[in-house]
Design a protein around this ligand. Structure first.
Ligand code: ZN
Length: 490
């Protein structure tokens, strides 16, 4: 199968739950993981006579997300009813936004592995209501004996971010989602946890002959629950479309469900169009007016966003683009870094970055810790760096100390005291050891005499072994050279 003949066109619809304290139309708590049906009231259960009252925080968060994603903000918008029947939707309609989304015309820039940058346009971001959640007793809906419904999620504010069909590959979609997630997390509007469903993604995909400007028939892929599932789902659909096209057929316009465990997509339903939803303005809510001053107030409240921070880490602290990008990728990592540099001084920024990227991330990876579980505080790292700077411990020992800090949560100073890891920088003591190792290894000594440079390093290694890595390396080399020269005079 040749893919060069074909071009894949992908657009994403990303749903993100906003982390407001309460739901969008009532005062019920917006909380993940509560006992089923404990955060519910007549409004979010859509009981007769209950009326929605807008939680303005949800509007503010949506505008914040829109500004962070370079969108324009609609000053006069409204809410609409999107009518459909589903068991987890008690009202029989979803309050959403149809022709006047709160945010529109934005973009996200992504940087690919080959270093090229691509701009992915965002068509719109609208604010809507999440539905409840069905739990099926069985492997899937068809095989379930019964289903249970939890309405805790019903009425949680949700934004839908719709991209233009600008993505061309699974790689680009993965990069876009990561970047989007990072930006939203910095903005503080959502915890964007795909595993808890606070970020969900539908994929629209079509394939057309390379170079064509017409779109092919698209299919929508639903239930894609992780970044890797999005990428696998795209690769699967891409192949499926190309196979149909190369056999002379035409893909159907349909909605399919991604089954990640099996690595396949299955037909869910034929695609419905907007008119199937019978949209009309929500009669229970007034139109939404946002003043220019209000938008500026929200803009002023935005924190430094990932792209700007990455630039600053490079120009202000001299970090490489790669180092800056891995630190910026998670908000917690960036905060940790900035705090450590504040304590250690800007001159130590590169050293902090090295420890963070090489040692801290390695340990966290091994232990399977997430960014909100960083096991060492900036104060602890900087305390350890001071011990190296003062010559109390060697760089080599510092790695042991670091691992012990992670294990025990104790400060470096305490660990060094308890374990006797202080650097040996006593000239007399080290010279005695140097003389001894030179005298007891005549073969290596002869090698050195014959001009083999690495022999001196080998002796330094012996000293490190005897002192369990506690010898000052520069001093050890100096004293080994002295001992070797003495031996040669004899
Ligand atoms: Zn409620």
């Amino acid at each position: 199968m040749s893919t060069a003949k074909w071009e894949t066109v992908i657009g994403l619809e990303v749903h993100v739950e906003l982390s407001t304290e309460t739901k969008i139309w009532c005062g019920c708590k917006n909380e993940f993981g509560a006992e089923p049906n404990t955060n519910v009231c007549p409004v979010c259960l859509a009981l007769p006579g209950a009326l929605p009252v807008l939680n303005y925080k949800a509007v503010e968060y949506t505008i914040r997300a829109g500004l962070a994603l370079n969108c324009k903000i609609q000053r006069h918008s409204k809410f609409d009813r999107k009518n459909y029947f589903y068991a987890d939707l008690p009202s029989g309609y979803q309050i959403s936004q149809f022709d006047l989304p709160l945010c529109y015309d934005g973009y996200v820039d992504i940087t690919k592995k080959d270093g090229t940058t691509r701009r992915i346009r965002i068509k719109r971001i609208h604010l809507e209501t999440d539905a409840g959640k069905l739990l099926h007793a069985g492997d899937d809906v068809a095989a379930a004996d019964y289903s249970l419904v939890d309405f805790n999620r019903a009425g949680v504010p949700l934004i839908e971010i719709v991209t233009e069909p600008d993505l061309r590959s699974a790689e680009e979609a993965g990069l876009f989602l990561q970047k989007l997630r990072t930006i939203l997390k910095y903005s503080g509007v959502s915890d964007v946890k795909m595993e808890e469903g606070s970020m969900r993604c539908d994929v629209n995909l079509s394939v057309r002959p390379a170079g064509s400007s017409e779109y092919g028939v698209r299919t929508e892929l639903k239930n894609v629950n992780s970044f890797s599932a999005v990428m696998r789902g795209i690769e699967y659909e891409e192949k499926r479309h190309i196979r149909i096209l190369e056999e002379g057929g035409q893909p159907e316009q349909e909605t399919r469900s991604w089954r990640d465990a099996q690595g396949i997509s299955v037909l869910l339903r034929s695609k419905e169009d907007a008119e199937d939803y019978r949209y009309f303005p929500e009669p229970d809510l007034p139109p939404l007016e946002v003043s220019a001053e209000e938008i500026e107030r929200i803009r002023a409240g935005l924190p430094e966003l990932p792209d700007a921070l990455m630039q600053r880490l490079m120009t202000e602290y001299g970090l490489s683009a790669y180092d800056a990008s891995v630190i910026v990728a998670e908000r917690e990592y960036a905060q940790w870094f900035l705090h450590a540099v504040e304590l250690a001084g800007a001159g130590q920024a590169k050293t902090v970055a090295n420890w963070q990227i090489n040692e801290l991330y390695r340990v966290m990876n091994e232990k399977g810790l997430g960014p909100e579980q960083i096991p060492v505080t900036p104060e602890q790292l900087v305390g350890m760096l001071k011990l190296i700077e003062q010559g109390t411990i060697t760089g080599k020992i510092a790695k042991t100390v670091f691992d012990k800090m992670v294990e025990t949560g104790k400060d470096a100073e305490t660990i060094v005291k308890e374990e006797g890891l202080t650097q040996v920088a006593d000239e007399g003591e080290l010279l005695a050891i140097a003389r001894e190792v030179v005298a007891s290894n005549p073969k290596v000594f002869e090698d050195w005499k014959a001009g083999k440079q690495s022999a001196a390093q080998w002796f330094v290694g012996q000293i490190m072994k005897r002192t369990r890595g506690r010898a000052n390396p520069q001093m050890a080399l100096k004293l080994v050279t002295q001992a070797l020269e003495e031996q040669a005079q004899k």
